[in-house]
Design a protein around this ligand. Sequence first.
Ligand code: C2E
Ligand code: MG
Ligand code: MG
Ligand code: MG
Length: 284
Amino acid sequence: QAKQEGRNTIRLFKQSNSSELLTRLGLVHELNQALEQQAFIVYYQPQYSFKQQKVTGVEALVRWCHQERGVLTPFHFLNEAEEFGLLSQIDQLVMKQAFSQTKTWQDEGYTELEVSVNMSYHLFNQVNVVEVMKQLIRESGLMPESICIEITESIALNQVTHAFDTIKAFQALGVKVALDDFGTGYSSLSQLRNFTFDRVKVDQAFIRESTGEDMDAKFVEAIIHMAKLFGFDVVIEGIETFNQLVFVRNNYADKAQGYLIQKPVSKEQVQLDLKFDDRTYPQS
Ligand code: C2E
Ligand code: MG
Ligand code: MG
Ligand code: MG
């Protein structure tokens, strides 16, 4: 009886494993095709500055226009792309598109608009990453000051010396560097001390449940105040409600990003003229 069960278990296990493998192989094949066919596009999400009371930047977020499955978010393919060594290429495609689009917006009159791009572990650790960036910037015609590179703590922590030098080299080019998803790593505080980030993006996990009264709120408050003490530009991610917007503004965050302001959308749909004026929220 037990033997029987054991055998069945093994068979089931093997079956699900090989079909999973096939699915993954199929996905990798499709990802390669997508790269060839230029099926990756960029969505943009505005970043709203409290001080300037306007949209001062957009974050570029990759999307896969899949023939059958529609527009796919990174959740559906980013891990596989990374695992199979395709993410560095994807990052560069995204930057090319995003820089060129931002140049267009600037030429249309949004002269101070900034663009933020996410950089993968692979690209960040490529020996020629600074050259790659230099080239992309030169081709785009954008001022380096209009560009912000977002990296996560795990990327910075993996090879600390390389990370330190690379961040410095980016900044020497004139671009800004942001620490993304801040607060989710295990040594957040020391990261602030050791690296010279220009900007900190507080992860949406903290703001999500926060009502402005609870522990999460205190945490957001503490993070903002600390990051400000270090002199960083503080962006709060995941702002979905009006209360959250008011709360982080009252706690001196510099910028907000989230569905309340606008979801990530195609270049045609992005709203750069959004305004939250004194009638929309009370001045403190
Ligand atoms: P991220 O860089 O932290 O980007 C923010 C994510 O939060 C985006 O998810 C965005 O759609 C989502 N978001 C923004 N506001 C809200 C909100 O109010 N509520 C909620 N629930 N979510 C919100 P998305 O576009 O699915 O991207 C997920 C992650 O994939 C990004 O997180 C980033 O780490 C990565 N990613 C996206 N594009 C690229 C890329 O071009 N290259 C690389 N290497 N990674 C990318
Ligand atoms: Mg990001
Ligand atoms: Mg983030
Ligand atoms: Mg994230």
